[in-house]
Design a protein around this ligand. Structure first.
Ligand SMILES: *Cc1c(COP(=O)(O)O)cnc(C)c1O
Length: 397
């Protein structure tokens, strides 16, 4: 035996660099369901039906029944779903839609896409969702709809929003892109308005291989119009009742999503469990004075599409850098309130107009979150956060 072989290993546990923790591991679900997903893709390849067809029709029915809704209309993305839902209600030029300024861009761009005007109402500082107390002041004779966004996986305060909508004869259109499976008073997202927009972007609670989306509704006329609009506004091929779009859902995505759908309840439970572990880890690392944890409101099931904490604004960018340098995937959803975006300058807003949204944009941070995340990965994320804070305190001293 050579002498070198007897030397103690230089790779002790202590000096092995800790493995990185991704923000989201979308391959984990593929790995765990590979045979079924591969078979579903092959089934579509062999069927000769690439777009819509029986695979999409079956998927639409399964999603609708998961949500507790009557109808589901598949489309190309969550953004398509938003445009279709607004257009199907006849919302267009001259109309106003109330939206939060702290959301993904598509919530607001879709209002503009149909020719209507987005009107911002500021958010609640705890949930980051529309603050119902600030909606009524934004209603004008032109207002047609309120679009609550159930951000990060937690439903908006729907009782208050429904009351306002009823008092003023407005539609409620849910942006449920981040909250598939979330609940408000025992009712699932997708049934909390006249229609709801879902996204199956790969990182969402139910993720496709690429872009995919769907609108749910309980209203037969809306369902009919959605179906026409997504195929160029025709009910009978080549006869166009409306000027619609090409916003169809591909069969391959529907087939893959049908394989994944039965596993969603288990994945949502895993997300909730991971959120509870983060809560406990932040507490035991004594970070809770520095890092505000998500707050789950009563009567809601938060499905934690994202686990978003708030830190003092001066620490946000240095903490993001420290985490990234340590191999931890983090993201800022969203770094700029939408009223401050260059493309929405024409709305005439200024910094200071929506202070709670601006404060959120300066202080939020999403930690790694996916159903398969392990306790040791989460421990590492929080250790790295604690390491940052120790350094920061030392520097300040
Ligand atoms: C993801 C998302 C959308 C858009 O969905 P896509 O499928 O990416 O087009 C809309 N609104 C919110 C809040 C989202 O998170």
């Amino acid at each position: 035996m050579e002498a070198t072989a007897l030397k103690p290993s230089t790779h002790s546990a202590a000096d092995t660099p800790p493995s990185p923790v991704p923000l989201c591991d979308i391959q984990a679900q593929y790995r765990s369901l590979k045979d079924e997903i591969d078979a579903a893709v092959l089934r579509v390849l062999g069927s000769g039906q690439a777009i819509l067809g029986p695979e999409v029709a079956a998927f639409e029915q399964e999603i609708a029944s998961f949500c507790g809704a009557q109808f589901g209309v598949g489309c190309g993305s969550g953004t398509d779903a938003l445009v279709l839902a607004l257009h199907a209600l006849g919302i267009g030029p001259g109309d106003e839609v109330i939206v939060p300024p702290f959301t993904f861009f598509a919530t607001v761009s879709s209002v503009c896409r149909v020719g209507a005007t987005p009107v911002f109402a500021d958010i609640d500082p705890i949930t980051f969702n529309l603050d119902p107390n600030l909606i009524e002041a934004k209603i004008s004779p032109k207002t047609r709809a309120i679009m609550p966004v159930h951000l990060f996986g937690q439903c908006c305060e729907m009782d208050a929003i429904w009351q306002i909508a009823e008092d003023h004869q407005l539609f409620v259109v849910e942006d449920a892109a981040q909250s598939f499976g979330s609940e408000y008073k025992g009712k699932r997202c997708g049934t909390l308005g006249i229609s709801a927009c879902l996204s199956f972007y790969p990182t969402k609670n139910l993720g496709a291989l690429g872009d995919a989306g769907l609108v749910t509704t309980n209203d037969l006329a809306t369902d009919k119009k959605l179906r026409a609009l997504r195929v160029h506004g025709s009910e009978v091929k080549y006869y166009h009742k409306f000027i619609g779009y090409n916003m169809r859902l591909d069969a391959v995505h529907a087939a893959v999503l049908r394989v994944k759908l039965p596993h969603v309840p288990r994945w949502l439970t895993a997300r909730e469990a991971a959120a509870k572990r983060y809560d406990a880890l932040i507490e035991s690392a004594n970070l809770h004075g520095f890092m505000r944890r998500p707050v789950v409101q009563p009567n809601r099931r938060h499905t934690f599409n994202q686990y978003v904490v708030k830190v003092p604004p001066a620490h946000r960018e240095p903490l993001v850098k420290h985490l990234k340098d340590s191999g931890i995937g983090v993201e800022v959803y969203y770094p700029l309130s939408l009223h401050q975006q260059e493309c929405f300058k024409f709305l005439g807003h200024r910094t200071g107009d929506f202070p709670t949204s601006e404060d959120a944009a300066a202080s939020v941070l999403a930690l790694p979150m996916f159903p398969e995340i392990t306790e040791s990965q989460q421990q590492r994320v929080i250790d790295v956060c604690a390491g940052y804070l120790r350094q920061a305190v030392r520097r300040a001293a």
